[in-house]
Write a protein that binds this ligand. Sequence first.
Ligand SMILES: Cc1ncc(COP(=O)(O)O)c(C=O)c1O
Length: 432
Amino acid sequence: MKLDHYWMPFTDNRRFKGRPRLVASAKGMYYTTVEGKQVLDGLATLWCVNAGHGHPRIVEAIRRQAGELDFGSSFGLGHPLPFVLAERIAALAPRGMEHVFFTNSGSEAIDTAMKIAVAYHRLRGEGTRTRFIGRERSYHGVNIGGTSLGGVAANRKAYSGILMPGIDHLRHTHDAKRRFVRGCAETGAELADELEERLIPLHDASNIAAVVVDPVAASGGVLVPPKGYLARLREICSRHGILLVFDEVITGWGRLGAPFAAQHFGVEPDLITFAKGITSGAVPLGGVIVRKAIYETFMHAQGAGMEFFHGYTYSGHPLACAAGLAALEAYAEEKLFDIPLAGRFEDGVHALKGLPHVVDCRNLGFIGAVELEPRPGAPGARAYETFEKCWERGVFVRPMGDALAFCPPLIAESKHLEQMFGTVAEVLKTLS
Ligand SMILES: Cc1ncc(COP(=O)(O)O)c(C=O)c1O
């Protein structure tokens, strides 16, 4: 097999192809590599596989569905599955969030949410509300909308000239002086005030459609919001008629011990974007959960005809919906959103404190990171080397700049957490 023809996404292709890491199969918590080695999946692959790999219920649902209806469109011709799945999702969503628009990915969910927000304001006669506020170090996928809203500099810099106009950013919530905090920091809620003190006066609320934040900025380095921060954003948005969008592509589907971060934090957004864990990663599926009043504004709009000129060929794809329904059943049956080992996970992350190069540990629910001191002149190199060495020792954790992220499937047992943190600790002791 030649490795040359496949241009791998978000990968150092030259480095990878010189030293490939290829998996052949996966079951439960483990991959099997093409060489036959077992590797523990410490990142639910890409923050997705919440029910563990090859879950029999999900596998069987996909198999069955492929034989029954391989593809059915949702453009003016429906099939039952997306209706059933939307109803199940609405039942898990925060109060009053009753409608679901399906996409194929998180990036598409974000662009869809942006269009819903702008079209909603226009229908209400507030068509000047077209601006968006994102946040530094947030990640919202790779489409132009999400890249523009996002605040990870490396993802933006090559495209600076084609990013969307009309987008401003809040400061990120990470305070480098506040290290080794378990869960949410006690102080820092006032960071949200920047919205009302700087950005709203600058742009005027009448021009702002929505504020979009990932409740825990995962890809940006696992940055956990301070206590009260999200609630304060909510209050400010409500005061100024601005929609609040939670990008729950990672925090949704049990990652924080509740269906959504919105419920974990007790903060009700207007729109929630989701993807990844909805099918436990088995088939691509994303979407936007919409507050009832917003949906009804579209449905009560004057004039007959299509209410929202938007959709993807594969919105509500039967295989994806079948996988989604099966994943939700697995989550409920196995009570996976309870994450009883969250305390052990937190202890495991923070046990890395004091090891060589460790400058911070962060966690919430079943997501965490250890941050390493960068090598002079080589940012990210130490974390990358840790990742490679952990892989060699049979554990997959993901480097993100100078941090290493942990996000195991929700089925992880104590022995898996011990293997993951134990291997990382061993490797850290070997690094220069
Ligand atoms: C918070 C968040 N939003 C959006 C996305 C983009 O999702 P996708 O890669 O499915 O387009 C991601 C992906 O990691 C994400 O973490």
